[in-house]
Write a protein that binds this ligand. Sequence first.
Ligand SMILES: Cc1cc2nc3c(=O)[nH]c(=O)nc-3n(C[C@H](O)[C@H](O)[C@H](O)COP(=O)(O)OP(=O)(O)OC[C@H]3O[C@@H](n4cnc5c(N)ncnc54)[C@H](O)[C@@H]3O)c2cc1C
Length: 461
Amino acid sequence: MIRCDVAVIGAGPGGYVAGIRAAQLGAKTVVVERWELGGVCLNTGCIPTKTLIHTAELYRKLQRADRFGIQVDSVRLDMPALLKHKNKVVKANRSGVAALFKSHGIEVIRGDARVTAPGVVKVDSEEVQAKSIIIATGGAPAEIAGLETNGKTVIGSTEALEMTEVPERVAVVGAGVLGSEFACIWNAFGAKVTLIEMMPHVLPNEDAELTKRLTGIFKKRGIDVRTNTHVAKLDTTDSGVRLEIEGPKQDAVNADLVLVGIGLKCNSEVVTETPGLGVATGARGSIVVNERMETTAPGIYAIGDVINKTWTAHGASAEGRVAAANAAGRDEKMDYRVVPTCNFTSPEVASVGRTESQAREAGIDVKVGRFGYLASGRAHAIGETEGLVKIVGDTATDEVVGVHIMGAEAGELIAAAAMAMAMEATVEEMAHTIQAHPTLAETLKDAAEDYFGMGIHTPAR
Ligand SMILES: Cc1cc2nc3c(=O)[nH]c(=O)nc-3n(C[C@H](O)[C@H](O)[C@H](O)COP(=O)(O)OP(=O)(O)OC[C@H]3O[C@@H](n4cnc5c(N)ncnc54)[C@H](O)[C@@H]3O)c2cc1C
């Protein structure tokens, strides 16, 4: 039997961060993991997809390198080499987590854990007794009736990351972040991509003005985007898959491969299989928590995808820091006001805070400043002029309530906006912040000036 102060179940970006923070605060910490250190994010999520996306962007740029004065005679994609590179990146990051655990004196136990009683975690025949338990078991794709995956012609993102060949014709069901990112990867690699989405635009959770433009860009790049459309029937045929769809365009979609990018469930069996534990669950099997990340059972915390909140790695890590601090005797609360997101589509869409319409629905009277990449010198220099920055401010105070960016490097630019919002900056303060020239960051300043009708690079109204 192992005794510790904090037992963390799951070593994804929620669990490994919680484990390290607990150890930093002096807690004897044990982390249990049944699969690979780093969880979904590091092994089959954020890191491998972004490795593929980097290659996709590079490939796209090389194909039009003549625009930039480089004649490239032959550009050829080498999928086996790309997979080798991806696996190397994943392995390096995984070793990084193992080294951090070691340096913080964290014991790692391999195996499938169950919380069998308050303060007790069972891992096969091993028992861990802990003063506090942090559940960080993540989530997984949920099977959707009629769209069940078979690992060959109907697949999920994990299989998509292992493909050694680019499919000729691929249908992607769901234009959320996962589906849209893969649609962009395969489009860049030369596949004929059909992207099917029930909502009116791709990335339905993002600002509609941006995603309407993004839908147009996807179409211009040759992606057959079918919005307001749903799959009525999926049949596997000798030559692949046939999808009957209902939407404005009714013709069936024939593809070699279908990626299902919809449906999620929480891995809460770690507590739900123990009767009488007292951990309440909600939608998608999620574990219910308060702002201190406490579940309804004393001494048990939950963080990350298993609580069905942000479904992001950085959200899970932020929750992990809060849970670890509280488990170590501090008193911290999770603040969801500033949690940026980035969709690594081509171009990227990143945001923080409320959209214009969300703010209005919440009863905030807002004003918007806009700036297009078309007026940015830097955007022209790098050949990335399709982009728009929107700053949403509270008319009463001019405090920034949201920033939304579609365009090259949006994911990097959103950092400045997140910092501004964390510091409760006003749009005026963003307008007064001097940005280096020529950078894409200047678009933030320009959008802030436009909010006041004072944009130097905006035509007079
Ligand atoms: C294709 C894809 C791309 C993504 N891209 C991004 C991105 O760019 N940016 C971003 O922020 N997010 C991205 N995400 C989402 C991100 O991966 C998740 O939000 C993040 O991994 C959640 O972290 P977590 O720690 O809650 O759970 P996980 O990363 O899922 O980790 C949970 C860990 O718990 C372990 N576990 C589960 N049950 C048990 C048990 N009973 N006993 C022992 N161990 C257990 C699992 O094996 C796993 O390792 C992506 C996801 C996917 C699928």
